[in-house]
Ligand binder design. Sequence first.
Ligand code: BEZ
Length: 272
Amino acid sequence: MENNTTNNFSNVSFNQWDVELYESKHSFVSNLAIDLLELLNPQIGEKILDLGCGTGHLTYKITTRGAKVIGIDNAPSMIEEAHRCYPDIKFVVGDGVKIELKETFDAVFSNAALHWIKEPKKVIHNIWRVLKPGGRFVTEFGGKGNIETIISGIYEALDAAGYSSNKQLNPWYFPTVGEYATLLESEGFLLTFARLLERPNKLEDGEYGLRNWIKMFASCFFEGIPEKKQNIIIDDIENRLRPNLYKKGKWIADYKRIRIMAFKEGKPNKYF
Ligand code: BEZ
């Protein structure tokens, strides 16, 4: 889970996540990925890198299949919690753009992290570099159209409040399957699976679900806005989105995910 933004709600900054909120209300992030683990199909004794591991729950699940896993995430608060929960697993603070590991891996796994990094070529190059020949890259993250209803609600409310320039703070990268496949193939990867999946996702906590989600994942849009005003804008976002995204007492986030499996074959393309 990578985030290079400033969170004004709780006055925490750069790469700091509200771990308590994440653990208590957003466990769906790792729960949704159970079938991604089946695609990864970890084998006993394999070395696997979990890129953007967050609080390490999926990292742990991979180790239960007998693989040796290192978890990497650029949020120190997440890594601290991962260490606390799973002291026997190696977790390091690191960045997909600059993976500073010397080791190589049989597989790189990444769930719900790569949409936080707007430099996909660098990430792909680093993944190539740390994979052994024949190694696999299995990932799922936000694809084209992901949370587009939520984003339009945020944009409209920012416009209405006179903070149009904050729309530029959008931190996400949501490519099409074609765009991402092209980047992978340019690096030398052979794709064996690529899909865009609709993943409507019920948010926890009933009426408060969208507010919590914004606080957890979209606080960057509120940089420089006084706290009182932020709450007014969030009320407005809720009002704008309620007709489409609030059903039977639950908020539903319009997730669309890219799911990919690709293998390191041939020679790397040296354009860095
Ligand atoms: C996602 O998992 O698709 C996602 C989560 C938070 C913000 C943006 C995307």
